[in-house]
Design a binder for this molecule. Structure first.
Ligand SMILES: [Zn+2]
Length: 217
């Protein structure tokens, strides 16, 4: 944990004003599907089959093809209990590759992810299983800068979903203003959870601009 630092107030204030990811924003065009790329390289067999049927090779086709390569070099089965006895609760943000950025290998840790990396009923359910059935004892929280939930509005989001689908979600978005304070709140919620065997919990904020993890005290 030598590279973990506490962030300064200046950085925090800077972050607060950043509307990086707006939940209402339109979806960016698919950057990974340029014309002519389908059916080339790994997984060409699956792609060719799809295209012969007149279908487009989807991202899922590409992932299934990539799995064929993974399975060909599969190192063999591992025990289910995480080797390092740790569970990570993190935001689902696509810019956080948790295993390499935390020095983890396959089989080392449980990773529980959701929008914001917030503590929900299901987070508690998963952590309780992780500790009681699979022996983990340490919990690391990983939130990050530029999160889509930062500065969003729970009610506006529910309204957006309702306008688009006709149904208002019964759950709350769990947006927040200050990412560090949100980490502290998550730590408080976990420490208050009566089902856990260990409350050895630490929280961090990952800087998506630098790749550095900062511990929240
Ligand atoms: Zn996020």
């Amino acid at each position: 944990m030598a590279d973990v630092r506490v962030r300064g107030r200046a950085v925090r204030d800077q972050e607060r004003g950043r509307p990086d990811l707006e939940l209402g924003a339109t979806v960016a065009p698919d950057r990974r599907s340029p014309p002519g790329r389908t059916g080339i390289g790994p997984g060409a067999g699956i792609g060719s089959a799809r295209e012969a049927d007149g279908g487009r090779m989807t991202e899922i086709d590409r992932m299934l093809a990539a799995n064929e390569e993974w399975a060909a070099t599969f190192p063999g089965p591992l025990p289910a209990p995480p080797a390092r006895g740790v569970a990570v609760v993190a935001c689902m943000d696509a810019r956080m590759p948790l295993f390499p950025m935390l020095g983890l290998s396959v089989g080392d840790a449980h990773v529980i992810r959701n929008a914001g990396g917030v503590v929900t009923e299901d987070t508690l359910r998963s952590l309780t299983v992780s500790q009681h059935l699979l022996g983990t004892r340490e919990i690391l929280l990983v939130h990050h800068t530029g999160c889509g939930l930062q500065g969003a509005d729970d009610s506006s989001f529910a309204g957006q979903v309702e306008r688009a689908t006709g149904v208002r979600p019964p759950w709350v978005l769990r947006s927040f203003i200050d990412v560090h304070e949100d980490v502290r709140e998550s730590i408080r919620l976990l420490k208050a959870c009566p089902y856990l065997l260990s409350h050895d919990i630490r929280g961090t904020v990952y800087d998506v601009e630098t790749g550095r993890l900062h511990e929240v005290r």
